[in-house]
Write a protein that binds this ligand. Structure first.
Ligand SMILES: Cc1cc2nc3c(=O)[nH]c(=O)nc-3n(C[C@H](O)[C@H](O)[C@H](O)COP(=O)(O)OP(=O)(O)OC[C@H]3O[C@@H](n4cnc5c(N)ncnc54)[C@H](O)[C@@H]3O)c2cc1C
Length: 430
């Protein structure tokens, strides 16, 4: 049978942002898309969590001005990103260490270079070496001839340890969720390139004003439904079967499948179909956790800034949810990647974080409650030379989507959305 848009039926397995982006793209082109999601809610690793009558997120997320596909998709489905995201030009306040602010009046990359030239907490030599590092990367168009762990690249570019500790390392943990002694310097350079090399707004920080489910997943689902797509929650897909040219997914037939599950769920689903290339690659992946410690302080507690970095502590980034989305007195503390914090019970970890915040902000009273959310496999470890599977598989009409598939980004919302849109495009162009 000749396939045309009226008889193409696509099953998308996984209702995270990759799967939802794919389904929205296909639906907007008149292709029937059905999303199967195992959980009772959409959003996957970017979802809301209900707790004590509040809506928390499974982890505080940050987006960047350079997330062009995400912002384009938001616009396409009718969302006003300027309303749902708090846009701030780059303002990295690593408390009692350095304070880097970009110059919004200057075009990129001068906004950042000038920021580095006047960065508080760095001496002249450190400022010069940081600027030289970026200029040298720019000269080679941020394309390294060899991918090496980031700490080696920083050494090669003679970056002083204070600068690494207080700037490059926190940025690496925030962007790649991978320690610098393993992190891919090429992917790190890609993020620097996209954030600082094109438009000055690309380095803006975009902080969700909504809980994560309402920010992206639910509006995407509404769009898909409004375009004749279907969303099936509580629909775990155990196995994929291929019968002649069609796939059978939970008893229904589809011409195409996009597998949009996390990488650690992939092998069990595609191995039986004989897709070994992707299976071999993902079984070599390792994973990094992200812990979020929520602390509810009295409603009048307000931090000096909506987002503040801490160094020499377990706590890495501190967010004031009151200033973000009106959850007054609620502070979210992020701890990325593996570390000593994982040896503590949630109770002990919360107490440690409370003590660290008290040292950083001596006027803080005691919090009324705390809640720790540990995402043990929050992201794949974005290590040097990691081979990631392509979206097109060796099996006809079977595609992969997800933040871990081949691309220029680490595990991020933008990476997930880019992959979903690409997988949909492969079907549209086939
Ligand atoms: C705590 C935390 C903090 C983060 N912070 C940031 C940040 O600040 N900025 C940023 O850009 N990114 C951040 N990320 C990363 C970002 O959330 C992810 O990259 C992105 O959400 C991944 O989307 P995905 O669709 O690729 O995968 P997932 O979100 O994992 O989606 C896969 C979906 O498939 C479903 N599924 C699995 N198996 C089956 C099955 N058999 N049948 C049906 N459904 C199935 C799952 O339930 C899930 O919903 C963070 C992630 C975490 C966990």
């Amino acid at each position: 049978m000749e396939l045309n848009s009226s008889n193409i039926k696509v099953a998308i397995i996984g209702g995270g942002l990759a799967g939802l982006a794919a389904a929205s793209e296909l639906s907007s082109h008149g292709i029937k898309a059905t999303v199967f999601e195992t959980a009772p809610q959409l959003g996957g690793r970017a979802r809301s969590v209900h707790w004590k009558g509040l809506i928390l997120d499974n982890g505080q997320h940050i987006l960047l001005g350079a997330y062009h596909q995400t912002l384009r998709l938001m616009k396409k489905i009718g969302l006003n990103a300027e309303e749902s995201l708090l846009r701030q030009s780059l303002n990295l306040n690593m408390l009692h260490a350095i304070h880097l602010k970009s110059y919004k009046s200057l075009p990129a990359p001068f906004n950042l270079l000038m920021g580095l030239l006047t960065c508080k907490g760095l001496n002249w030599s450190e400022r010069y070496l940081a600027i030289r590092f970026l200029i040298q990367l720019k000269r080679i168009n941020f394309k390294l001839d060899q991918d090496i762990p980031l700490n080696e690249l920083l050494k090669r570019f003679k970056q002083p340890s204070y600068l690494i500790r207080h700037l490059w390392e926190p940025l690496c943990l925030a962007a790649l969720n991978t320690p610098i002694n393993a992190a891919s310097s090429q992917i790190y350079s890609n993020v620097l390139k996209d954030s600082f090399n094109q438009k000055k707004t690309d380095s803006d920080l975009l902080l969700p004003r909504n809980d994560l489910s309402n920010l992206l997943a639910e509006p995407l689902a509404d769009f898909i439904r409004a375009h004749q797509g279907e969303i099936k929650l509580n629909s775990h897909v155990k196995q994929l079967e291929k019968v002649n040219h069609d796939f059978t997914v939970n008893g229904s037939n589809f011409t195409h499948v996009i597998l949009a599950v996390a990488p650690f769920r992939l092998a069990e689903m595609i191995e039986p179909l004989g897709e070994m290339v992707a299976t071999d690659l993902v079984t070599k992946f390792t994973y990094e956790p992200i812990y979020t410690v929520y602390l509810q302080y009295p409603h009048d507690v307000k931090l000096p800034q909506v987002m503040i970095g801490l160094t020499k502590t377990m706590s890495q980034w501190v967010f004031d949810r009151g200033q973000l989305n009106g959850q007054k007195g609620l502070i979210a503390v992020i701890i990325s990647a593996k570390g000593e914090h994982q040896k503590l019970t949630h109770e002990a970890l919360a107490n440690e974080v409370i003590a660290e915040l008290k040292t950083a902000f001596p006027n803080l009273p005691s919090p009324k409650w705390h809640k720790v959310i540990a995402e043990k496999r929050a992201t794949f470890a974005c290590t040097a030379n990691l081979k990631r599977p392509q979206q097109k598989t060796t099996i006809q009409n079977l595609y992969l989507a997800g933040d871990y598939t081949e691309g220029n980004y680490p595990a991020t919302i933008e990476g997930a959305i880019q992959s979903g849109l690409s997988a949909a495009q492969l079907i549209l162009q086939s």
